[in-house]
Design a protein around this ligand. Structure first.
Ligand code: ADP
Ligand code: MG
Length: 323
């Protein structure tokens, strides 16, 4: 199968989106953006065995490649519009391509987004780059930089699940429903596009959680020139994570485990009701987990006492507070 046949078979689909003047097949795609909106561009690359294990189900890999980009779109408060795909393939595996493209279009369809172009190459290792172009009303994009001392810090969903799920997959430990549920959180992250798209009037800053909750909140605070406190006992730990890992390990994973693709945002405490309403309307768990402070340090607090935390090992330091 040559490159053109591969593109035709797996990636070229006819669509009816009037914003697409010209899709796959020419040297470039042509789109007609909404003149009243700003464009938001995001891109994320996944390298086989670096960002996902090669043996993961191909349709999950395809879904995930789109979902992690949609998470960036969500973190900007944007609406996804068009997508391109750069694919480097080590071999020619029809079953893999079939699964991969199926998962990719599953995610794209879920968010009404078309694939309008890309590039296909041969290499030693599978590398998947997705680029999404989204849009927002002018000046409505969420940024990392607007958090102010006194703001509340919120997170969507339940962080820690994805890292636990990946470890379970790697350990071939998927015997019960809780374990399988955690793997799904890694394989099929749920981008919070709808909820985040409504946050602009309420939130002061936002970021998506890809590297780990603590590290990503730190990035938001650095961009905002502020500090913060995380209330350890307020972390929303899922029943599955607690059942599989126990509380202390669940806390460690929630703070340090990556790949959650949840949204962290900050908002003034006058917005509590609006945020509860959004959480209800979109049926997405939203939890207040801390507060923005003056200074430049992010701290963790438990039962009113500060506890030391370092990315490498929450656990090693947790003991110090228990004396
Ligand atoms: P060129 O010779 O100009 O580099 P290509 O042969 O790479 O063009 O691509 C032909 C068409 O197929 C282009 O419209 C390109 O955007 C599209 N395309 C290539 N690879 C992919 C892919 N993996 N997914 C979607 N579209 C692709
Ligand atoms: Mg060309």
């Amino acid at each position: 199968m040559d490159e053109f046949e591969l593109i035709r078979r797996y990636f070229a689909r006819s669509g009816r989106d009037p914003s697409i003047v010209l899709g796959i097949g020419d040297d470039g795609a042509i789109v007609r953006p909404d003149p009243d909106r700003e464009l938001v561009m995001v891109m994320d690359t996944m390298v086989e065995d670096v960002h996902y294990p090669a043996g993961l189900d191909a349709s999950d890999i395809g879904y995930r490649a789109v979902a992690v980009n949609l998470s960036d779109i969500a973190a900007m408060g944007a609406r996804p519009r068009w997508m391109t795909l750069a694919l480097t393939l080590a071999g020619e595996d029809a079953a893999w391509l079939d699964g991969f493209s199926r998962g990719l279009f599953e995610a794209a369809d879920e968010f009404s987004m078309a694939l309008i172009g890309g590039d296909t190459t041969r290499g030693d290792q599978t590398v998947i780059t997705v680029q999404i172009c989204g849009d927002v009303p002018p000046s409505n994009a969420l940024r990392r930089s607007g958090a102010k001392p006194g703001d509340d810090i919120y997170v969507t969903g339940s962080p820690g699940d994805a890292a636990a799920g990946l470890a379970l997959w790697q350990g071939n430990n998927l015997r019960n429903e809780h374990q399988r549920q955690l793997l799904r959180r890694f394989a099929r992250p749920v981008p919070r596009v709808a909820l985040a798209g409504e946050l602009a009037p309420h939130a002061t800053a936002a970021i998506d959680v890809s590297d780990g909750l603590f590290a990503d909140i730190e990035k938001l605070l650095v961009a905002s020139g502020a500090g913060g406190v995380i209330e350890i006992d307020d972390l929303p730990l899922s029943a599955a994570l607690l059942a599989v890992q126990g509380r202390e390990s669940a806390i460690e994973l929630a703070l340090a485990g990556g790949d959650d693709y949840e949204i962290v945002f900050t908002a003034q405490n006058t917005r509590t009701g609006d945020i509860a309403e959004l959480s209800k309307r979109y049926a997405v768990q939203v939890t207040k987990i801390g507060t923005v402070t003056r200074g430049n340090a992010l701290k963790c607090q438990r039962a009113g006492r500060e506890i030391a935390y370092r990315h490498a090992g929450y656990r090693h330091f947790a003991g110090a507070a228990d004396d």
